[in-house]
Design a binder for this molecule. Structure first.
Ligand SMILES: Cc1cc2nc3c(=O)[nH]c(=O)nc-3n(C[C@H](O)[C@H](O)[C@H](O)COP(=O)(O)O)c2cc1C
Length: 166
């Protein structure tokens, strides 16, 4: 393949993936006593028996370094009114939790107001290009009724059901 074709594939790959409507979650872990978190859209369920999920993290992610050390991570599935939380955790820094309401659960930081909670122990970390896929075993779950936060075409939104014809 020529370089221009490879460039076009890289650009169009991003554009095609932008058309995939995704959920938004903040993955959390403790760096010693300090809570840390990172916004992700690349997470999905993996297995029902045993219950497992996977999360794809950039090799340069500070959260990934913490998970490598601690072997556990939390998944906070964000609610429709948490776009500001998603943006807060999508930047670098040790102060992302400043002013954020949270509590400890299963030795992991759990965000207030998220619609879903999964506490995980790391089953394995699998290299995938410039990302690492973390496979997690679910050890605790939590639910709060709330419409989801979604990400589509680089814009936050929520889900709306089709009207059911009667
Ligand atoms: C909507 C959205 C989705 C994102 N999805 C991912 C993702 O799936 N994986 C990832 O590694 N980074 C993702 N990011 C980028 C990280 O949140 C960002 O690089 C963050 O600064 C990493 O922080 P850390 O180094 O403290 O882990 C996403 C950002 C946004 C705004």
């Amino acid at each position: 393949m020529s370089e221009s074709v490879i460039d076009q594939v890289a650009v169009e790959f991003r554009d095609v993936m932008a058309r995939v409507c995704t959920p938004v979650a903040v993955i959390t872990a403790f760096d010693d006593e300090r809570p840390h978190g990172t916004t992700v859209s690349a997470f999905t369920s993996l297995s029902m028996g045993p219950p497992m999920i996977l999360v794809s993290l950039d090799r340069g992610s500070d959260l990934l370094s913490i998970i490598r050390r601690t072997g556990r991570f939390g998944v906070n599935v964000l609610a429709h009114d948490q776009a500001d939380v998603a943006l807060r955790f999508a930047r670098k820094g040790a102060d992302k939790f400043d002013g954020i309401a949270w509590s400890g659960s299963s030795a992991l930081p759990r965000l207030d107001g998220a619609s879903g909670w999964l506490a995980c122990t790391t089953e394995s970390l699998v290299d995938g290009g410039d990302h690492v896929v973390a496979l997690g075993n679910i050890v605790e779950t939590g639910l709060t009724p709330a419409a989801p936060l979604t990400y589509h075409d680089r814009v936050f939104g929520t889900h709306s059901a089709f009207e059911v014809a009667r």
